[in-house]
Design a protein. Structure first.
Length: 564
């Protein structure tokens, strides 16, 4: 008995020492005591934090950060796009808002097909036909009205000042602008501000955008959706071959939606519901992998990658078949998220070989999504948390820039399935759920997520990355929960992705163990290290044991955590 007790004590000490060593050696991100904003640009994180310092709450800071990203990160930040925000108030109340773009009133199912029924190249990605009716301005005003606390002037003024003062070009931005200049030339009739040979440390000023934002000071959301701006914008879009009208702007409305909420071990995960596929897919994957001891398998080991890959394969097959705008189609959410269903989905998983995607039923549309979106997370000094992901879809959206108003317009119409696929084995046509219809919202992968542990706020997290968003959010949560990483380590860790079709595991190049890759190949997995030099740019905030906050700002971008 004594011997048993001694062994138990030694084992306890060993485990705890190991844990202590692990914590000591953790590479931490920025740590603050009370509040934090993490976003793709320091300017936006600072403006959001300043709003918190003025006594504003996370919702005020959300409005400021979203609009500051529209100024400082035109690559994806926007007022010409849309997004989703999930929140958890300090009292535990949960909610989410959908400010996703909508198809214009005169949109039609076949609008991107030629007479032979083939997809017309670039029509849904480049130029005016690709634009969905933007939702961002309506989104931030709805959040402010329902949940904000500071006067809107206090929130907008620093953003407008930033647009007048200008934003310094970073090295990464210089490279991006250079890369996309030929597209700007192709799409825009006249030269735009981004046609100049901008270099790192130059300052780009945005007076036209500042004036557009000033209209919001006086007219609120109507300063965008009605009157002069709507008139100029509709005319501009139509002159460039698009179909959006003033009526489309006037009719735009946000939707408050119940988030997807599910449990994984002792975590409660709160994420975005359709028309984003994020929450549903994340829930399905996490429910499928829950029975496996990933902690025991180890981070990015053969077994861990295999189990996650097989769950992703199955969830993404369902995604393309079942998911779309819930206001237009019936989604069997209860079934898709039920224990019985997800358990059945994983029943044919075999440890000694890869499942083939052709053997996984449902859906026959390959997901081709652009990678360019942006995410920010905020936790305020009162304990409110928000997680918001916003997008123009592609890099600089449709590349169509309205110089008079100072912003890019999205190419979100490409997130619809332009051509739903052939009937599946059940005779039902996959992708139909996400076909185009007037005023319908296109399916998204954006996965703004909040995590609770034992009833308390643990994390706010999200990322850009198109279809890889869901799997990047997944891995970041697992890195903290299963593999004891700090927030920054969880964000930095190499990522992989499988989305059913194409049937391959995409991996960030040269970051995975060569033997693990070989062993995966031996099991029949196809590995692609070429197409995704970067998978996601995750930003997150972790509540530490002493209640201080740790930011994880992705080194893959110019992302920055700021707080106090
Ligand atoms: N446009 C990217 C997404 O909505 O997922």
């Amino acid at each position: 008995m004594k011997k048993f007790l001694a062994c138990t004590i030694i084992a306890f000490l060993l485990v705890n020492c190991k844990k202590a060593v692990k914590e000591d050696t953790q590479q931490r991100g920025v740590i603050t005591k009370s509040a934090m904003v993490v976003s793709a640009r320091e300017e936006a994180s600072k403006i959001g934090t300043d709003i918190l310092k003025k006594g504003g709450n996370a919702f005020d800071a959300m409005v400021a950060t979203e609009l500051a990203l529209a100024v400082s990160f035109p690559f994806a930040g926007n007022i010409g796009g849309g997004g989703f925000m999930v929140y958890r108030k300090a009292n535990g109340e949960l909610g989410s808002i959908d400010y996703r773009e909508k198809a214009p009133l005169s949109a039609s199912k076949d609008m991107f097909l030629d007479e032979s029924g083939n997809v017309i190249p670039n029509k849904s990605t480049l130029g005016a036909m690709a634009i969905g009716v933007p939702g961002t301005v309506a989104g931030v005003f709805a959040v402010h009205e329902k949940l904000g606390s500071l006067p809107i002037e206090t929130i907008l003024e620093p953003v407008i000042a930033l647009a007048y003062k200008g934003v310094v070009v970073t090295k990464k931005q210089e490279e991006r602008i250079q890369y996309y200049q030929s597209y700007f030339n192709k799409v825009n009739k006249d030269s735009i501000v981004f046609n100049k040979p901008w270099k790192e440390n130059d300052t780009i000023k945005y007076p036209a955008l500042a004036r557009t934002l000033e209209r919001l000071l006086t007219h609120g959301k109507d300063g965008f959706y009605k009157g002069e701006v709507a008139r100029v914008l509709a005319k501009f879009i139509q002159e460039n071959g698009g179909i959006i009208t003033e009526e489309d702007f006037a009719k735009y409305e946000v939707k408050w939606r119940n988030p997807i909420v599910f449990e994984y071990d002792d975590l409660k995960i709160i994420s975005m519901a359709p028309p984003s596929s994020g929450g549903v897919c994340l829930a399905q994957i996490m429910k499928m992998i829950e029975p496996f001891d990933l902690h025991e398998f180890g981070h990015n080991t053969l077994k861990t990658i295999q189990v996650i890959t097989e769950a992703e394969r199955r969830a993404y097959a369902d995604r393309s078949y079942y998911l779309g705008d819930p206001d237009f189609i019936k989604i069997p959410l209860d079934t898709l998220l039920s224990h019985t269903y997800v358990t059945k989905r994983m029943r044919d998983f075999e440890e000694n070989k890869a499942t083939r995607s052709s053997d996984v039923s449902h859906g026959n549309i390959q997901i081709i999504e652009s990678d360019e979106t942006t995410h920010y997370s905020i936790i305020d000094q009162f304990g409110n948390a928000i997680s918001a992901t916003t997008t123009l879809n592609g890099a600089y959206g449709s590349k169509l820039y309205c110089s008079e108003l100072g912003f890019f317009l999205n190419n979100e119409m490409d997130d619809f399935s332009s051509k739903p696929g052939v009937p599946n084995m059940f005779g039902v046509t996959g992708g139909e759920a996400n076909s185009i219809a007037p005023e319908k919202r296109m399916l998204s992968s954006m996965t703004p997520t909040i995590v609770e542990k034992n009833g308390k706020l643990l994390m706010s997290v999200g990322t850009p990355g198109g279809s890889t968003i869901i799997t990047s959010v997944l891995q970041t949560i697992l890195n903290v929960h299963e593999f004891n990483m700090s927030m920054q380590e969880a964000v930095n860790a190499p990522r992989f992705h499988h989305q059913w079709l194409p049937d391959e595991i995409r991996m960030e190049p040269n970051l995975f163990n060569a033997t693990t890759i070989k062993n995966l190949q031996n099991l029949g997995y196809s590995i692609n290290e070429k197409d995704s030099p970067v998978i996601g740019k995750v930003d997150g905030i972790l509540v530490l044991k002493d209640k201080s906050l740790e930011g994880g700002a992705d080194y893959r971008g110019d992302d920055t955590a700021v707080g106090f």
